[in-house]
Every structure is written in C-alpha cells, then in structure tokens.
Design a protein around this ligand. Structure first.
Ligand SMILES: [Zn+2]
Ligand SMILES: [Zn+2]
Length: 277
C-alpha cells in the first residue's frame, strides 16, 4: 500500500494546510494518509472533508509530546474519534500550556536584550499548536538571528538561555488518552532515541500498539530489527515521512517512503483500534 502516516499541516508546524496536504497526497497517488499534528487533531476533519469523494483514505491522527525523565518522546495516535470530549479537553489544556510557554520564552529573551512581540510568534502558528519553531521563525524574520538553527543554538535549545521546559504528558498518559478516544498508540521515530530498545520494552506493558518502523532516518538494519520486535510482541507496523514542508531540493516529499507494498497498515490499525471502542 502507498501510505504516509506521519504528516504535519498548518494545524501545528507544517507549511501546507490540511487541504493542501490532501491535494499533494492525491498527486502522489497515495492510498492512505494521516495528519499527525503536534498535540492537536484540528486538521483531521478539514483533511477528511478535502478527501471526500476521492480514493484517498484519511485516518485520524495526532503526535502527542510526552516526557520521560527529561527526555522528549513522541507518541502517534491513529483512528481515534477526533471529536472525543475527554481527549479534546486534554488537548485544550496542552494548547494553553504551549501559549503560556511562548510568553515565558519571550520574557527570558527580553531579559537577554532581545525584544520579540508575542503576536509575531502566534502569527507564524496560524492559530494552531504554537512551539519553539514558531519563536525561531519570528526571530529570523526580525533579523535577531540568521537562521532557525542559530535561534535554537543561541536561545531556544534545551539548556540554552531562553529555554523553558513545558508541562508534558507522561508516556502512560499519552497512551491512555489515545485509547480512551478509541485509537491506537504507536511510538514515533524510535531511531531518534539511542535507548530505543529499552524504551520499547517499557512501553509494551503500558499498552503500546505499534512501532513507526518506516521513517526517513531509519537504516535498513534498524527497520529489520524493529519489524522483528513488532512481530515478537504482536505490534502494528507503521511508517511516515514526518513531512513539514517542501524543501529547495525536493527531497522532502509526501509519500517519499519505502513502505512495503504488501503491508496494509490501515486494516491492521482499524482492527486493533476496535479493542478500545
Ligand atoms: Zn516527532
Ligand atoms: Zn512529526
């Protein structure tokens, strides 16, 4: 199956609107996609509406930021009810926390002699999930730094002078809130974590449903290992590009993923999600 189950839109820090993501997926003749915006499912219904009447399947998706002993982990949720009340009140709380955090970062920047208007940061977020990338873009736009990476290095990265930690979910809460809304929980990009083996072992007893095996940074060797782990623990296998925006050389592209044609992750996800309904 031609799928891309890890995509960002303007509902969080992506550059394309949900409808534009759907359009790109149709252009690349994908069978199924999921928008997995950070801590918000606001793009899901607009994307499903945009795909209505086409052959493209749009699965409900989200990428929740969780924290474990100071380390950030991302938990993907799929096939849940995007209108679920408990999930949405949790997402509202996370959104309020993100807004507070931006104000705290701006306060620290001011103490460092860098004046930044909060409105400029929120303008980059288009009303969606606001985060450090939007602060970085606002700093670049007003010429305080030369690039996004400089903004992180000098001010925003973990341990940098304007860094502000933010209240996050635990991994257990992330999994439970996805299950509570009738969806499955899949660990995003395990390859980003040097301790991924131990992490996966801890997550299985917490109710983890699957592993994002196919991901641009994952080596063939890692893919084989993750597939074996998934088979051993009867976990789902998923994959996605983590697309945020088109880049100059065209290498970031929706659906640019070596996902095996014989795998049908959508039926598997739906079957497993039935456990939580
Ligand atoms: Zn992520
Ligand atoms: Zn992502």
């Amino acid at each position: 199956m031609r799928v891309d189950l890890h995509l960002h839109s303007t509902a969080s820090d992506g550059a394309l609107t949900p409808a534009e993501v759907v359009q790109a997926a149709l252009t690349h003749r994908l069978h199924a996609i999921a928008l997995t915006d950070h801590d918000t499912a606001e793009g899901v219904l607009p994307a499903q509406k945009a795909a209505h009447g086409s052959t493209l399947r749009v699965l409900a998706g989200i990428e929740l930021s969780a924290e474990e002993n100071g380390a950030e982990r991302h938990m993907l949720g799929y096939a849940f009810d995007p209108t679920h009340t408990t999930l949405n009140s949790l997402l509202d709380r996370l959104k309020a926390g993100r807004i507070e955090r931006v104000h705290a970062i701006i306060h620290k920047l001011a103490q460092l002699g860098v004046q930044l208007e909060a409105e400029r940061v929120f303008a980059f977020a288009h009303g969606g999930s606001v985060g450090r990338p939007h602060v970085a873009r606002a700093l670049v736009a007003q010429g305080s730094v030369g690039s996004i990476s400089e903004a992180f290095q000098r001010y925003l990265a973990n341990g940098a002078p304007a860094f502000v930690p933010h209240a996050r979910l635990s991994l257990e809460e992330a999994i439970e809130s996805i299950h509570g809304a009738g969806g499955v929980a899949i660990l995003a990009h395990p390859g980003r974590h040097p301790d991924y083996r131990a992490l996966l072992e801890r997550l299985v007893p917490l109710g983890l449903d699957g592993v994002e095996v196919y991901y641009p940074d994952h080596s063939q060797r890692l893919i084989r290992e993750l597939r074996a782990f998934a088979a051993r623990h009867s976990l789902l296998v998923s994959g996605g590009t983590d697309f945020h925006r088109r880049d100059a050389d065209g290498s970031a592209r929706i659906g640019a993923l070596r996902f095996p044609k014989d795998l049908d992750p959508i039926s598997e996800i739906e079957r497993r999600a039935a456990r939580y309904r």
